[in-house]
Design a binder for this molecule. Structure first.
Ligand code: NDP
Length: 300
């Protein structure tokens, strides 16, 4: 695994070749360098211009992010990824934002332009591509039950509404956070039915055939209770859990026990990364190379 760098390692001279980086705090667990380096190695085999592209990781505390973004831009980095806790802070630091990312209020991919950073959010794309790949279902036209009301849920909800899902039910532990998310989404919903509920008390009229998406952090620890009790919910057509480490959460175990198609969040991580590299390179990205590298890095 490559080393973790800080702003002190950046120096004052532009890096040699075409530089990409991921910024986070902490960052040492990020497997993005492994995924991107594997993809770039494969791309360089057919297109030599990618041979000098590099992707490094930098630990940047949130209070240093605005200065860091200016320095990376001045040094000519072609692109940056942002992870926890930078996605929302960066939204207010960039020069321009992709229209699809505006309602999310967070960016995870920055592209260098002469005027300043241009922000994108590839998480929604990653989720849609992952659900299609793993569960064989497009978000468009699907009735979706989304669990959570944090940053990941917000991105997922905006993607579901932008893709015109058939209906969006959102369940969250904290009623205040749920209300805030529903208020933010209401102007985007148009004619898509949008409802919220307490996961301990699902409404009696929940339909069968929902696509369940977990965007809570419940399941990161082995002793977490699942964020929804599938025994008291009409049978869904599939369950997608954004968590990928551990690879099987209690929610996914419950889906497996009931024979419900299910998948963890590794595919989302891979597809959001592939989309970012596509934005920076303008080239077709070998998703399979990123997937294999991610699995190796996680020892799966
Ligand atoms: P946030 O901290 O912004 O939100 C956390 C959410 O989880 C809130 O809705 C919170 O509810 C809920 N929650 C936390 N603990 C519990 C619990 N024990 N039981 C029920 N609900 C709980 O985090 P993010 O939105 O940034 O991330 C959420 C998850 O998504 C993480 O596990 C993250 O790893 C994953 N993720 C995966 C990605 C991928 O590429 N696969 C990309 C981005 C995120 P409340 O409002 O009540 O506090």
């Amino acid at each position: 695994m490559d080393s973790v760098l800080t702003l002190h390692d950046l120096g004052g001279r532009p890096p040699s070749g075409t530089a990409l980086a991921v910024l986070g705090h902490p960052i040492k667990h990020s497997i993005s360098p492994a995924m991107h380096t594997a993809a770039l190695d494969e791309m360089a085999r057919t297109e030599p211009r990618f041979a000098d592209w590099t992707y490094r990781r930098f630990d940047v505390p949130p209070e240093d992010l605005p200065v860091a973004l200016s320095r990376f831009h001045a040094l000519g980095f072609r692109g940056l990824n942002l992870t926890v806790p930078h996605k929302v802070i960066a939204f207010d630091c960039v020069r321009s934002v992709d229209p699809a990312a505006r309602p999310i209020g967070a960016v995870n991919t920055l592209l260098w332009t002469p005027e300043g950073w241009h922000g994108h959010n590839t998480d929604g794309y990653g989720l849609a591509a992952a659900v299609r790949e793993k569960l064989g279902r497009p978000l468009a036209g699907a009735p979706v039950l989304l669990l959570g009301a944090g940053g990941a849920a917000r991105g997922a909800a905006v993607e579901c509404l932008q893709q015109r899902c058939a209906g969006l039910w959102i369940a969250n532990r904290s009623a205040d956070n749920l209300r805030r998310l529903l208020d933010l989404l209401a102007p985007l919903a148009g004619d898509v039915p949008l409802r919220g509920f307490d996961p301990l008390h699902p409404p009696a009229d929940l339909p069968e055939g929902l696509l369940v998406i977990n965007a809570t952090s419940a399941g990161l620890r082995a002793d977490d209770a699942p964020p929804l009790d599938l025994a008291h919910t009409p049978r869904p057509v599939g369950v997608y859990d954004m968590i990928y480490n551990p690879p099987q959460t209690p929610l996914l175990a419950a889906a497996a026990a009931r024979g419900i198609p299910h998948a963890n969040g590794l595919s989302m991580l891979v597809h959001q990364g592939a989309r970012a590299l596509e934005i920076w390179s303008g080239a077709t990205v070998p998703v399979h190379a990123m997937r294999s590298a991610a699995r190796r890095a996680l020892r799966l």
